[in-house]
Design a protein around this ligand. Structure first.
Ligand SMILES: [Fe+2]
Ligand SMILES: [Fe+2]
Length: 230
């Protein structure tokens, strides 16, 4: 029983890398198809790491919403989508006991988790076609005030796609249940984003994202009101 569970959660890294190579090669000629295939890879990664709950796909959708407001070109959108789908790729291979630990992590375990950024970067660095997207993978844990990792970049030194993923990533993490804490409500998570704007996050991105979340909430409220009235 244990063994079959183990196998189910085992990651076919060679298969994923092979698949990524194929996708990367078609990214320029047929970005739509490439992204479609990449979403499947993203879904597969989400089933294994970090919490098997669709994190990367949700983060990607949040990112694309923000990009729309920033009037990204189609090409820029493709780069962002690739980066968002692969942002936690480096978590593959981190000991699950650490990722799912219900208690505070030790320093060593913390280091292992933070290493996912550079690990992902190096695992994907062989694909020249992904080079722009890799900037987002590498910088999604940088803090706006320079206190993040891995390079301690400040404000606009952090690639824009990294600053976007950081906000979307944090919101999704906060609103998802984790083994060590309950999920925050969307309003609580928005408050946290706003509290950390200018420190952890780019305030301009937080502003855009919060506006979108509130619009979404209002839309849902109107729909629910209508449904009830019927
Ligand atoms: Fe991450
Ligand atoms: Fe993430």
């Amino acid at each position: 029983m244990e063994r079959s569970q183990d196998n189910k959660n085992k990651i076919d890294l060679d298969g994923i890398i092979h698949c990524l190579g194929r996708i990367a090669a078609t990214l320029r000629e047929d970005p739509k198809q490439a992204l479609h295939d990449l979403r499947k890879v993203g879904a597969e990664i989400d089933m294994k790491v970090p919490y098997r709950d669709g994190h990367s796909l949700r983060v990607t959708d949040y990112c694309l919403g923000i990009a729309e407001d920033l009037m990204f070109t189609e090409e820029e959108e493709v780069v962002l989508e690739v980066a968002a789908l692969l942002h936690d790729f480096g978590k593959i291979g981190i000991d699950e006991q650490v990722l799912l630990k219900p208690r505070k992590l030790t320093e060593q375990e913390k280091n292992e988790v933070t290493m996912h950024v550079m690990r992902g970067y190096y695992m994907l660095a062989g694909f020249g076609e992904l080079i722009e997207a890799l900037k987002g993978v590498k910088s999604h844990h940088e803090f706006y005030d320079g206190s993040g990792y891995p390079e301690g970049l400040v404000k606009s030194e952090i690639p824009l796609i990294g600053r976007i993923i950081a906000v979307a990533d944090a919101y999704d993490a906060m609103t998802s249940e984790r083994p060590y804490r309950a999920a925050l409500t969307p309003d609580q998570a928005i408050e946290e984003l706003q509290r950390n704007a200018g420190h952890q996050f780019d305030p301009a991105i937080v502003k855009i994202f919060v506006k979108q979340l509130k619009q979404e909430k209002a839309k849902r409220g109107r729909k629910e009101g209508k449904d009830k009235a019927q």
